[in-house]
Design a protein around this ligand. Structure first.
Ligand code: HEM
Length: 143
């Protein structure tokens, strides 16, 4: 699943072996849960992103936990519950601009930095997410 398996990362005492998923390497379910819980408060505090999200962020966090688990190579929890992710399509109702994609990735980097995930793996996570983040862009920046 994805590029993690074809790459070996080393650093900070942590290695992503060629047959290991990013999901396992970062610490499995509890790590994904922690990341999601650190990420959304940053999204809610970001002036470009917060207007797009509902006040009750818990359902979004729950879906993101299911999705990232699957996306990083863990069990396909999102698809089991919601079917094919079609993630670009699910973002079409929202104006995802280049600046918002950068802000989203920046919130994710900050959340990662607050975890115990090693820096090389933090970089691998951002690398894995930056493709989709840019792919979801569907609107121009306003200014
Ligand atoms: C590029 C910047 C992004 C913006 C501005 C953005 C914004 C949003 C918004 C507004 C929602 C809907 C919240 C609601 O339910 O009301 C959403 C849902 C979601 N986003 Fe993003 N998103 C971005 C990137 C990403 C990326 C890179 C991923 C993962 C690769 C992702 C995964 C999800 C998931 C899993 C959901 C829930 C989908 C569902 O309803 O089942 N998003 N996002």
């Amino acid at each position: 699943m994805g590029s993690a398996e074809s790459r070996i990362l080393q650093g900070g005492g942590t290695t992503l072996y060629s047959n290991e998923t990013l999901f396992d390497a970062i610490g499995g379910e509890s790590a994904v849960r922690e990341l999601v819980e650190k990420f959304y408060p940053k999204v809610q505090a970001n002036p470009l992103l917060s207007p797009l999200f509902p006040e009750d962020i818990q359902p979004v966090m729950d879906k993101q936990f299911l999705f990232l688990t699957q996306f990083f190579g863990g069990p396909p929890l999102y698809s089991e519950k919601y079917g094919h992710p079609m993630m670009r399509g699910r973002h079409l109702p929202f104006p995802v601009t280049p600046k918002r994609a950068a802000a989203w990735l920046s919130c994710m980097s900050q959340a990662l930095a607050e975890t115990n995930i090693s820096e090389p793996l933090q970089e691998a996570v951002i690398e894995r997410l930056s493709g989709p983040a840019h792919h979801f862009i569907n609107s121009e920046d306003e200014s």
